[in-house]
Write a protein that binds this ligand. Structure first.
Ligand SMILES: *Cc1c(COP(=O)(O)O)cnc(C)c1O
Length: 391
């Protein structure tokens, strides 16, 4: 599948814009489309989209970078880019079971910038804005604005919390999109985090490589490399998003020694077919991005029309495991509503457990047996010695 030509499709939509403006992420942000009236100048909207923009205007933010807008198919409302960025009428309805805080994060927010759910890692909320607002956003209570002022003082409190909690060895910076911060503001975050001896690694969750790839500059990549081990976790959902520009952004990071992982979300009628997820995984790996999670959609408000049955994800994994590179198979995660945390689902390959033998089916549906060993003591005698020597 050939990638879209770099910097070509946008010229029809923005004929008066020079390439150096287009490739300047600040220009992109200044010209993001933020209203129904503006959007109608670029895309012939359906009635459902028009009503969606109108009826969600007071509920959730609308914002689309010119770059992401330029990827839209103007003829097809089921275009995956369009469906992720333009609200439809169904989004204005909150369905039973949908929650303002679907992951129960606010119950485990010791300070406003920190969500501390798991024993050894925290989520640090750095800001409340994005380059493009996903219609399936799980943290829309934050990105709709006004919920918290994630000010410099709040971020300092968050860093203070991490400093005071030696069990935190992994910090995941998210928001909003941390890459909308300037290099100087990012350093203000990363420098003190890195200086905390028990923080072993940092992850940054961002959709910039997908929606605003020109933000990934040489300067940004160099800055991130200084704070290794630092992983960038991005959010491609469809192979259409892996344009030459997007791939260039990922490869620039990887070339500078910054590993890039992808978390996709299963979205009904956007990517809810095995062949799409497979193609997405292959396109990611070609760009040296590792598929990490495939998320079952959270029960965030206004998202029900985009949710898939749980069985869909399992069927997709079944079509991947064994049929393609293991590196192309993400973990299928369900983040339990109300704050239970992530659990994973996978196809059932165990057919039967008999005392000393387990019967499996493989990816082709053939049956195989695995015998248990006789010895069952799994403790490691050298471990105590090794620990003493390293103490
Ligand atoms: C998803 C998540 C993490 C990271 O989980 P991993 O499985 O380690 O990727 C950490 N904190 C919160 C609150 C999360 O939702």
């Amino acid at each position: 599948m050939p990638p879209a030509a770099a910097g070509e499709s946008w010229r029809a939509l923005y004929p008066d814009v020079a390439a150096d403006q287009w490739n300047d992420w600040r220009w992109q942000m200044r010209h993001a489309v933020r209203s129904l009236a503006e959007l109608e100048r670029y895309v012939p909207l359906t009635e459902a989209e028009r009503l969606g923009c109108r009826d969600t205007a007071a509920l959730f933010r609308l914002g689309i970078s010119p770059y992401y807008l330029s990827l839209m198919d103007r003829q097809h409302p089921f275009c995956p880019v369009r469906m992720q960025a333009i609200p439809v009428h169904a989004e204005a309805r909150v369905r039973p079971g949908e929650l303002e805080d679907p992951l129960g994060e606010d119950k485990t927010r010791p300070v406003s910038a920190i969500v501390h759910r798991y024993p050894d890692r925290v989520l640090l909320l750095a800001l409340d804005s994005c380059s493009t607002y996903c219609r399936h956003c799980t943290r829309r209570r934050i990105t709709k604005g006004g919920e918290t002022e994630l000010s410099r003082a709040e971020l300092e409190k968050g860093i203070g919390y991490i400093r005071a909690h030696p069990e935190v060895r992994d910090v995941l910076i998210s928001g909003g999109d941390p890459f909308l911060l300037t290099e100087a503001r990012l350093e203000e975050l990363l420098q003190p985090l890195r200086a905390i001896p028990h923080v072993e690694m940092v992850r940054i969750g961002t959709r910039v490589p997908v929606c605003l790839p020109m933000r990934v500059t040489e300067a940004l990549a160099r800055l991130l490399r200084k704070y290794a081990p630092l992983f960038v976790v991005t959010h491609f959902n469809h192979p259409k998003e892996l344009t030459a520009e997007a791939r260039g952004a990922c490869e620039l990071l990887v070339d500078h020694g910054v590993p890039v992982e992808n978390q996709a979300v299963l979205l009904r009628r956007v990517n809810s077919e095995a062949r799409i997820i497979k193609e997405l995984s292959h396109a990611l790996l070609r760009a040296r991005v590792r598929p990490y999670y495939l998320h079952q959609m959270d029960v965030a408000e206004g998202c029900e029309h985009l949710r898939t049955p749980l069985a869909t994800g399992v069927q997709i994994l079944e079509a991947l495991r064994g049929h393609t590179s293991g590196l192309a198979v993400p973990h299928l995660a369900v983040d339990l509503p109300g704050g239970g945390g992530k659990v994973t689902l996978q196809p059932e390959y165990v057919v039967e457990r008999r005392g000393q033998e387990t019967v499996f089916r493989n990816f082709r549906g053939e049956t195989y047996r695995y015998p248990e060993p006789e010895e069952t003591d799994t403790s490691c005698p050298y471990d105590e010695v090794w620990r003493r020597r390293n103490a």
